[in-house]
Design a protein around this ligand. Structure first.
Ligand code: ATP
Length: 244
């Protein structure tokens, strides 16, 4: 049986009367890509933030690589990474300085060489000496994804990884993510509004609404269950069930 990389048990987060995440339960195995799909405010970013350890759960547990990360996550941190549009890299540092600093923080043995490799893979060579804060939104996203791959993580948390990318760049980066996953056997937890991305990358989809998983399955199983031909239509069915 493949290793369970991430397990979430009865995870909850409330902000006063707002239940951002209520009773979330799922596992992600090595090599598996699981997508959190849900409308604005469904709880995807809050769930990711609790798994990352930057938001304290109101209840429940997060297990990373078989150990309780709510008690101690030091063993897990070198094996994971993330990309989020809500977390900026330091603005005044150049792209090269940012990548080099993160490579060193991750204890990578030859940081300059790793930065060169990752820069070539993400087509960043022309941006390396520019201040990160002056890049366009799409360029920043590419740098953030490159940062997320520096340590070749076994678990990658991606919040809206291609949100601000043009279709061509988005498509190329999805291809890179796919190749990285298939070569490395990494697990990916992906929050996205991009249905094409989810259909292409995800082995399993958790449909979230108001902090809870309301349905889950492989993309094919969800299409069959809802009698739809695209995940976009499934998404609309789930979202409109709420409105009704
Ligand atoms: N720090 C906070 N304080 C109060 N409420 C919060 C806080 N963070 C999130 N929420 C609320 O929790 C709910 C879930 O928010 P979250 O950002 O996790 O949703 P999301 O699925 O990521 O949405 P989106 O697709 O819009 O990014 C929302 O109702 C949001 O207003």
């Amino acid at each position: 049986m493949t290793e369970i990389v991430l397990a979430v048990e009865h995870l909850r987060k409330s902000y006063g009367p707002v239940e951002a995440v209520g009773d979330l339960n799922f596992t992600v195995r090595a090599g598996e890509t699981v997508a959190l799909l849900g409308g604005n405010g469904a709880g995807k970013t809050t769930a990711m933030s609790m798994i990352l350890g930057v938001v304290t759960p109101s209840a429940g547990r997060v297990w990373l690589f078989g150990r309780d990360a709510t008690r101690d996550r030091r063993h897990a941190l070198p094996r994971m990474n993330f990309s989020s549009p809500y977390v900026d890299l330091p603005h005044r540092l150049s792209v090269r300085q940012n990548l080099d600093t993160y490579a060193r923080l991750y204890g990578i043995r030859r940081p300059a060489q790793r930065v060169r490799e990752i820069s070539a893979a993400f087509d960043l060579d022309a941006l390396l000496d520019r201040p990160t804060g002056r890049l366009s939104a799409g360029q920043k996203t590419r740098v953030s994804l490159a940062k997320a791959m520096l340590n070749s993580p076994d678990l990658l948390l991606l919040d809206e990884p291609t949100a601000s990318l043009d279709p061509d760049t988005g498509d190329r980066l999805r291809g890179l993510l796919e190749r990285f996953r298939d070569l490395s056997g990494a697990a990916i937890l992906l929050a996205s509004h991009n249905m094409g991305e989810v259909e292409r990358l995800a082995h399993r989809v958790l449909m979230m609404r108001a902090g809870r998983v309301v349905d889950d399955g492989t993309p094919a199983a969800l299409l069959a269950r809802y009698g739809r031909s695209s995940l976009e239509d499934v998404f609309l069915d789930v979202a409109r069930a709420e409105d009704a």
